[in-house]
Structure formats: structure tokens, C-alpha cells
Design a protein around this ligand. Structure first.
Ligand SMILES: NC(=O)c1ccc[n+]([C@@H]2O[C@H](COP(=O)([O-])OP(=O)(O)OC[C@H]3O[C@@H](n4cnc5c(N)ncnc54)[C@H](OP(=O)(O)O)[C@@H]3O)[C@@H](O)[C@H]2O)c1
Length: 358
């Protein structure tokens, strides 16, 4: 039986994790500790329903729960860079990590994956494209893998006429054709920054060179990722778009269990794939450049983007300005290589301050 510390239990992934653990049953998995940030009432209610006595708020509580001796697995469903320190300490304590959070690997991927290798811990992704890659890579040796490809639905502006792009409103950008997510993630999907962050995540998670990871636009978003092998064969992961599948696999890995998600219905399907337009989707181009530069650039970009997206949502400027302002900020950032965790977190703060004033 897997004893779980659920960090970020009150969020979307956190609540779905509770559902998955209930479905798996107490013989397979049990949540023994939970944390949130501000949603104290919901956290207490969740704890009451599950009979959990160990709960806490904020990052320090998350570190305490993540390193508790009776915890086997830490589910990281905290959003943002606040998750970095809890993940770091959980790895040092030798815990298995089920990682939903994107920012941890984008900001500190080199450091985190170095610690994972050094401590010999298992880190299984929950983020759907990373989970898809992880599933496709099972049974493969590193030297058999040529390239990793993540798919993007393309967001609402894939075919928008160039003349109308200048006037895109937050309401239009928040209408995502495939997924129903929070505002920040939905805007990132409209700019394809979301895919850029996933490329950086994949590069660190699977130990790939930047040129070995790429994105493909696939509006139906049935294929979540593809692995190209050295013999030219492609392995794809296809499933319904339901995070409970990814969460469950991260908990049962290397085993599989029956899930509440119905099988994918392939009848009548017609799929398209195309290269993303890097002129239209400036944020994806910037993320690829940040990945190639390495060091502090990806973390800087991620934090600056977060602030610019908030400002776009407050109608301070138009959709195109997210990428334009980000590019100017990144040009000015003095990228450092081989930084410590503290330095990476300092750069994160610096990016936020600079993006607020840009
Ligand atoms: N939702 C998805 O479908 C999805 C898919 C793939 C990847 N992800 C990634 O998974 C992560 C979580 O996503 P989500 O959609 O579940 O986010 P969410 O609904 O916003 O939930 C975030 C959770 O983290 C907690 N939290 C936020 N800031 C914190 C801080 N400073 N210290 C401690 N806890 C904090 C929140 O607590 P409070 O409720 O108290 O604020 C909440 O429990 C993100 O990195 C996201 O990119 C999400």
C-alpha cells in the first residue's frame, strides 16, 4: 500500500487525486497527509471526510509533510514555483515523486533531475504530455530513442486571421477548444507557451538534448505525445483527455489498474498534424530559445510570462504584447549557468519584478 502526502489537495489536480485514491481503494493507496495554501476550510473538510489528522498550509507545511517518515509517495499538485523546495526536500528524503507541477522542472530541471539520479528516487510525471511520453518510453533504452514529440491542440487562435490578432480579448483567449483549465493555463495554451514549458520539462525529465524535443499541432488532441525511435518507428499514446488517468498511472506505476475513465473511442476519428507557426506563436519560439540557452533563462521566462499573463487578463495590454514584452525582457536577462536552488529562486523573483514594470 502506497502512503501518500498530497501537496495542493484543494486544487484541480489535488481534488482529482483524492478521487483516484478513493477509486484505487485502501489496499493500494492511502492519503496520510495533505496541504493547501489559503483554502483552509476546504482542506479541513477534505481531511474530515478522509479521516486525515495531518494537514497544513503553505510551503513549510508542504516540506514537513513531504519528508514525514511514514510517507512513501509525494503527489505534487501545488501550482507555481512554490513547489520547488518541497520537491527538493522530498527527493533528499528518498520519496517517490508524482509530479503534476510544470514549473519545478522548467525552473530547476537540471538540479532536480540531478538529485533524482543521485538519490535513486522514482519521479513519475502527471502532466498529461509528460505522462504520455513516460508511457511510450517504457521498455525502451535511451540509445533507442531519437526524438520526443508533444502535441498541442493549437488553442483558439490557430487559424485566426492575422489582422484580428491585435484585438484579441481575454474572453476570446479564455475560450479553449479542448481543455477546461484555470485562466493562466488557458492563456498559456492560446499563446502555445504551455507547449514551450512542456518541451523544457520533457528535455530534463527524459534527459534529452534540446534538439531532440519538439511540438506538433494536433487539433483533435487524441494523441498526447509520440516517441520516435532510431529505426524510424513512432510510438504514440492515445487516450481520453482525463487527468485521472495520468494521476492513477503515476500512483500505480509500474503496474496498471482499471480506471474510471472509459476507453478511447477511435471510431470515426480523423486526425491532423502540422508544424507550429513560430512567427504567430512567439511564446513557443521564446521557450525553445530558452531551452537551448539553459541556465536561468527558462525559469526567468516562466516567471515573467506568469506576470505578463496576469497583466493581460487585467486588460493592461493586448494578447500579442505577451510575447513581445517577454522577448524584450529575455533579451535583457543575464543568463547564468550552473545556479544553486537559491539563485534560481532569486531569478524567479527578479523576473516577476521586471515583468510587472515592463
Ligand atoms: N489542472 C490540470 O489539468 C493540470 C494538468 C497538467 C499539469 N498541471 C499542473 O499542476 C499544477 C497544479 O495545477 P492545478 O490546476 O491543480 O492548480 P490549482 O487548481 O490552482 O491548485 C493549486 C494548489 O496548490 C496550492 N498552492 C498554490 N500556491 C501555493 C503556495 N504558495 N504554497 C503552497 N500551496 C500552494 C493551492 O492551495 P489553495 O487552494 O489553498 O490556494 C492548491 O491546492 C500546476 O503546476 C499545473 O500547471 C495541471
Amino acid at each position: 500500500m502506497l502512503r501518500i502526502a498530497l501537496l495542493g489537495s484543494t486544487g484541480s489536480i489535488g481534488r482529482q487525486t483524492i478521487e483516484v485514491v478513493r477509486h484505487l481503494g485502501p489496499q493500494r493507496a492511502q492519503i496520510v497527509a495533505m496541504t493547501a495554501n489559503r483554502s483552509e476550510e476546504l482542506l479541513r473538510e477534505q481531511a474530515r471526510q478522509l479521516g486525515i489528522t495531518r494537514v497544513g498550509l503553505g510551503v513549510e507545511a508542504a516540506i514537513e509533510m513531504a519528508t514525514a517518515p511514514d510517507v512513501d509517495c509525494v503527489v505534487v499538485a501545488i501550482s507555481g514555483t512554490a513547489a520547488i523546495r518541497p520537491v527538493w526536500h522530498a527527493i533528499q528524503a528518498g520519496k517517490r515523486i508524482a509530479l503534476a507541477n510544470k514549473e519545478v522542472l522548467v525552473t530547476a530541471g537540471e538540479l532536480i533531475m540531478g538529485a533524482v539520479a543521485q538519490k535513486g528516487v522514482t519521479l513519475v510525471p502527471i502532466d498529461s504530455e509528460q505522462s504520455a511520453l513516460f508511457q511510450c518510453l517504457q521498455g525502451r533504452r535511451a540509445d533507442e530513442v531519437a526524438r520526443l514529440i508533444v502535441t498541442a491542440s493549437g488553442g483558439p487562435f490557430l487559424h485566426t486571421d492575422a489582422s484580428q490578432i491585435e484585438t484579441i480579448t481575454p474572453e476570446q483567449a479564455l475560450r479553449h477548444p479542448v481543455w477546461n483549465m484555470g485562466a493562466k493555463n488557458t492563456i498559456d495554451s492560446s499563446t502555445l507557451m504551455n507547449k514551450g514549458l512542456e518541451l523544457i520539462e520533457a528535455r530534463w525529465l527524459f534527459g534529452m538534448a534540446p534538439e531532440q524535443v519538439s511540438a506538433l499541432v494536433h487539433p483533435q488532441h487524441a494523441v498526447h505525445a509520440l516517441v520516435e525511435l532510431v529505426d524510424g518507428s513512432l510510438i504514440a499514446q492515445v487516450s481520453r483527455q482525463d487527468m485521472r488517468l495520468c494521476i492513477q498511472y503515476a500512483l500505480t506505476y509500474p503496474e496498471r489498474a482499471a480506471s474510471p475513465v472509459p476507453p478511447f473511442d477511435w471510431r470515426g476519428q480523423s486526425w491532423q498534424f502540422s508544424e507550429p507557426d513560430l512567427e504567430r506563436f512567439v511564446c513557443l519560439r521564446l521557450a525553445i530559445e530558452a531551452m537551448q540557452m539553459g541556465g536561468t533563462m527558462a525559469g526567468y521566462m516562466n516567471a515573467a510570462n506568469e506576470v505578463l499573463v496576469e497583466r493581460f487578463l487585467r486588460r493592461e495590454f493586448g494578447w500579442l504584447q505577451i510575447g513581445r514584452k517577454l522577448e524584450r525582457l529575455m533579451e535583457r536577462h543575464q543568463c547564468l549557468q550552473g545556479s544553486s536552488l537559491e539563485q534560481l529562486l532569486e531569478v524567479d523573483q527578479q523576473a516577476r519584478t521586471e515583468a510587472a514594470a515592463a
